[in-house]
Design a binder for this molecule. Structure first.
Ligand code: PLP
Length: 502
């Protein structure tokens, strides 16, 4: 029997889908006022939380988190620095978590937290999403997490990515974003026959030797490059965010010095849009790459399947030559990375034991059945639930709320977002201007501001909010209005106690 839906219900459903943009970003913010506020923030003295309130927060850790403390003490004996993951280091000591569910995390002392770290970005659906977990468990029951041989989920995931990401005709899964960037740079060099790689200052493209250059803060060049021979950066260059003229003059200069193989950029701006770029930047970079014969690489490790199913490139309507994937591509499961791009370029990657002119990539755990299965079902579910847009609405709501609180308490803090990627600057650490002639005092200021970030991170955590380094929040589909409003109450409890200094 055929059931026919009433016409007006069909129409309503059509209107609903038509009104959904599918993108997380509802409005692309003007970057000028954001930078003006950030400049003002770093021109002011540090805005500390009142000492007695801070003491209360420290008491929380000492009294309510004894099991985490014990784990950290043991971990320090066997793990350098006591944590295996950089983002896990929180002041005064890292907490140990043993349960994740949707918008919430639970530590081993039974305290609960609203989770705006979201594993560093991959879980757009929310943590530990049930239907993906069930598929992952079914796969493990059948074949275990890895075999080292071809599994059908490999092509299913690749096919899905090619369907959604406009510039991607072929996809090679790798173990991490770092590895994918390494492979893409090699590919760019053999395909163009050129050497130089231009990045945007401050951007993080993983921790491979040649990319640990001008990290986090534009102008810092070799600051983080301990243990990396100077020569490794011979062909890596950085231009400041939003400096399109600087990009063109570097491309021009490079014509005399072996040429530019690739410009690599995060489409929303370095550090996941912490340094936002004006809306036409990616388009203009595309035009310059065409003009100077360089490949354009989009690092979409954060933005692919967070900004929308077609990534930031779909949002901007700009096609890069190569795209770097990570994080969401395995839905928060291990081994998340990959390169995608035009078939003629991608066929330059070696497969099997091929050598010759092909680019070497590899990894024992790359594209294991578990990561491909989790990635495949995650993407299907994001598409089905419109998760990017929902997470983006949560990002808008929390940023609006934070700005309301910033105004209410007259604070110089800066809150801005690009959809579900939200930035909350109370310290402005990354916006300290690098002056090489005054480098000692600049480094001292960065250090002070870093400590302030940790202070805020600790306060938010004690109030039951997990952030990324006290300054970034990733929203997910699990962040309902109720969750966001509760988070705002908790932020207010911190903001109330800031000792303002002008
Ligand atoms: C933009 C960007 N590129 C590359 C990477 C490196 O990815 P992975 O941590 O998987 O090596 C990251 C990691 O945070 C990232 O944010």
């Amino acid at each position: 029997m055929i059931f026919r839906q009433p016409f007006f219900i069909i129409l309503l459903e059509r209107l609903n889908t038509m009104s959904a943009s599918g993108f997380a970003i509802s409005e692309y913010h003007d970057i000028k006022p954001i930078y003006q506020k950030l400049e003002k923030l770093v021109s002011l003295p540090l805005q500390h939380i009142a000492p007695q309130k801070m003491q209360e927060y420290m008491d929380f850790y000492n009294q309510k988190c004894p099991n985490s403390k014990a784990v950290y003490e043991k971990a320090q004996q066997y793990i350098p620095g006591g944590v295996q993951h950089n983002l896990a280091f929180n002041h005064p000591f890292p907490l140990a978590f043993n349960k994740a569910d949707g918008a919430y995390l639970y530590d081993i002392d039974g305290n609960s937290y609203i989770d705006f770290l979201q594993a560093g970005g991959p879980t757009v659906l929310g943590s530990n999403y049930a239907s993906v977990r069930e598929k992952a468990i079914a796969l493990i029951n059948e074949c275990g997490p890895s075999t080292g041989l071809l599994h059908e989920y490999e092509y299913k995931l690749a096919e899905l990515i090619c369907k959604h990401i406009p510039s991607v005709e072929k996809f090679r899964m790798l173990g991490s974003g770092t590895e994918a960037v390494m492979g893409a740079l090699r590919l760019a060099r053999i395909k163009t026959g050129k050497k130089k790689i231009i990045k945007i200052g401050g951007a993080y493209h993983g921790w491979s030797d040649q990319m640990v250059y001008d990290l986090r803060i534009p102008g810092t060049r070799f600051f983080d490059a301990k243990g990396i021979p100077f020569m490794m950066h011979w062909h890596t260059q950085a231009v400041p965010p939003n400096d399109i003229e600087g990009l063109e003059s570097t491309l021009k200069w490079n014509q005399l010095r072996g040429g530019t193989a690739a410009v690599i950029l995060e489409p929303l701006g370095p550090e996941s849009g912490t340094y936002p770029v004006y809306k036409e930047f990616a388009q203009q970079a595309r035009a310059l790459c065409n003009k100077y014969g360089a490949l354009l690489i989009f690092d979409e490790v954060v933005t692919a399947f967070r900004v929308g199913m077609s990534g930031a490139q779909g949002y901007f309507g700009v096609k890069p030559d190569l795209t770097i994937f990570g994080k969401v591509v395995a839905g928060g499961y291990p081994s998340a990375g990959g390169i995608g791009g035009r078939a003629d370029l991608m066929d330059g990657l070696a497969a099997g034991l091929q050598g010759g002119k092909k680019v070497k990539v590899g990894g024992t755990m790359a594209a294991n059945p578990l990561s491909c299965c989790a990635g495949y079902y995650t993407l299907l579910e994001i598409e089905k639930t419109n998760a990017c847009e929902k997470a983006g609405e949560a990002g808008d709501r929390i940023t609006r709320g934070l700005n309301g609180l910033i105004d209410k308490y007259g604070l110089p803090f800066v809150a801005y977002n690009q959809g579900s990627i939200c930035h909350l600057e109370a310290a402005g650490t990354l916006f300290v201007k690098i002056k090489l002639l005054k480098i000692k005092s600049v480094l001292a200021e960065i250090n002070e501001r870093k400590k302030l970030m940790e202070e805020y991170g600790a306060a938010y955590m004690a109030e039951g909010i997990v952030t990324l380094a006290g300054s970034r929040l990733y929203c997910s589909m699990a962040d309902t209005d109720e969750v966001v409003d509760e988070a705002l109450n908790r932020f207010e409890r911190v903001f109330k106690h800031v000792e303002k200094r002008n």
